[in-house]
Design a protein around this ligand. Sequence first.
Ligand code: B12
Ligand code: SF4
Length: 620
Amino acid sequence: MKFLMIYPNKVMITRAPLGIGYLATYIEDAGHEFKLFDTTFISCGECPSDDALREQNLQVVNPDFEKLGLVEKNINVYDALEKEIESFQPDMIGLSTVDPNHNFGMQLLRHCKSIRPDIPIIVGGPLSTLVPDDVIVEESVDIVGRGECDIHLAELCNRYHDIKYPGVKKAPAQSKSKKEKKNLLNVLTPAEAKPRKSGWESLYDIPNLWVKDKDYKDNGIVHKNKVTLPELANGLSPNLSIYDPRHLLRPLGGRMYNMATVIWTRGCVFRCSYCANETFYKAADASAKEYYRKKDVKPLIEELSRFKEEFNLNFLMFVDDIFPLHEPELIDEFCRLYKKHVDLPFSVNLQPRLVREDTFAMAVDAGLRNICVGVEAGSDRVRRKILKRNYRDEHVEKVFAMAHKHRIRCSSFNIIGLPDENREDIFETIAVNKKINPTSATVTFFHPYRGAPLRELCVERGYIDPNQGKHEDVYRTDSQLNMPQITKQELKNIMKSFQLYMKLPEEYETLIKMQEDQSSFEARQIREKILLPVFKKIQDEESKWDFRKKKEWWTSDISGREEVDSKVKLPATKPGDAGFVPLPVLRVGTKKAGEDFKKELYPGNESVIDISGKSATIDK
Ligand code: B12
Ligand code: SF4
């Protein structure tokens, strides 16, 4: 049978989602046809792209996306979907959603149902796992998939094939090795082996699925099955060839890479309150420990080296919630094989508590060149009490010190606008970032996505409406919380200035504060004419990382060495201290300081700026 999967990516967020990739593999492996309808490169609304939003908040420097074809096509997405259905003639339609794209996904499904009411529809993905009741009530939805459905969606296709094409043999399964096939069969539960009912009723007992009764409209019955966890050790690889190759074109530090997002482990042992992790493992009735699973190293390496060849990759981005640096033996095996068979620079996500010096050094030796670390909040109170993240500043500082020592790129991840967080708390986050000196700091607004325990607190305190449904693009653009201690506008202002506070020397603080509220002409002038030019100089330094070239160039050189060997000139990289390129020391409030500013920051028309006392004024 033919399965059409919809990926309703409304804001152009590139990177191929692995979940859909795995489902494609297992469906094809079971002998069915899989097609993806991906809206990433179709214009679906007014929201700017994710990368554009990050650039607006000074968090990254983007290459020219348009030149590289990374643009949204101006066509009607509903017409495009209709055409796809007409030409592919699917037997079943699937949709994969997370909270912010769920509403849009549902609009697409309603359209599908209106033109082809005969095609059954299944919705899955993180949102369906977290809040299945919110999904099953939708009229256009027939089945909800919960948890990791690698095996069970394929099983649904098998059974639906038998309903729709009784007696017709489906194409043979495509698993390449016997071992893989055995693995596929092993995961099927005894429930699947018992004698089945016929017709739609034969779908009622598939693990992980909630299936509407054939008489649902009259009796409202939903057949709910338990969520099981697939065994990962020898699992199949995701099919990335279903994606538009532009998903692999990713910027890092201002340069473009042919980069695949890949994953070694699934799950996480922590239970931070703003994250869906705890709700995920509870849905599967598992402990955090059981939920954290890994693929065996050998099949993982085979997968990565195959991807490298197939997609001509020059960088790998591991998206594991926590890369297993805390398991030395495993890392040792991984690093040895990775160096030999993959040999590409790579990036990982780390939890500060789990980082060890020895495994960190091994990973750097194998090609680790970028780390992403959740700092989230600088205030100990906010971090521990609100976010339920139990580590101290020292843990964070240690990880970034390791990155600097090994001269690799490092990003901090930060959230502002958390429940009960005030202005002072946010400035503690800025202070920690100043101290750890990351190459780049990603900052987002807290958003209480459905399924995160912290959402309940927001509802309880009246910070959000319990039925709040507008989730699109909020996490980069706006806070959605109405809190007494800080306004949405102030949060927006701080977001716009976070990078300036963090990267410019303290002497600039008065000026930065003066321009936080950008509603006046003066404030805009200070930002554009004084602060941004200085900031750009610092940011340019970050764009000089180049992992695409010779291996020797993968690490930075903070001592300013110009060459690796006599024939090859290195770009002048100083990323290890990228956040703090020496700037002229300014003494705000003195005549000398005013002159310094004029010369350094506003060459050509020095008369426009007058700095006196603690405040600066700009002549119009
Ligand atoms: C990697 C990742 C990303 C990457 C995706 C790139 C990539 N190549 O995968 C990037 C950075 C782009 C990303 C972006 C976002 N992410 Co994200 N991301 C993750 C992360 C860390 C891992 C996802 C993953 O690969 N899991 C492994 C695969 C195998 O699992 P899976 O994707 O869930 O797929 C399985 C099941 O869900 C199911 N399934 C999936 N689709 C379908 C469809 C059907 C029909 C069926 C039956 C089953 C099914 O079967 C799959 C195979 O087992 C998760 C955290 C997590 N633990 O899941 C957050 C997570 C999914 N992200 C989240 C969010 C909020 C976002 C953003 C909205 C953030 C933002 N505002 O920008 C965007 C949305 C992007 C988009 N348009 O979809 C939230 C979702 C919470 C929620 N309540 O919905 C999560 C859960 C993290 C969290 N904070 O809790 N993300
Ligand atoms: S460490 Fe990361 S993935 Fe794990 S629970 Fe916390 S936020 Fe979620």
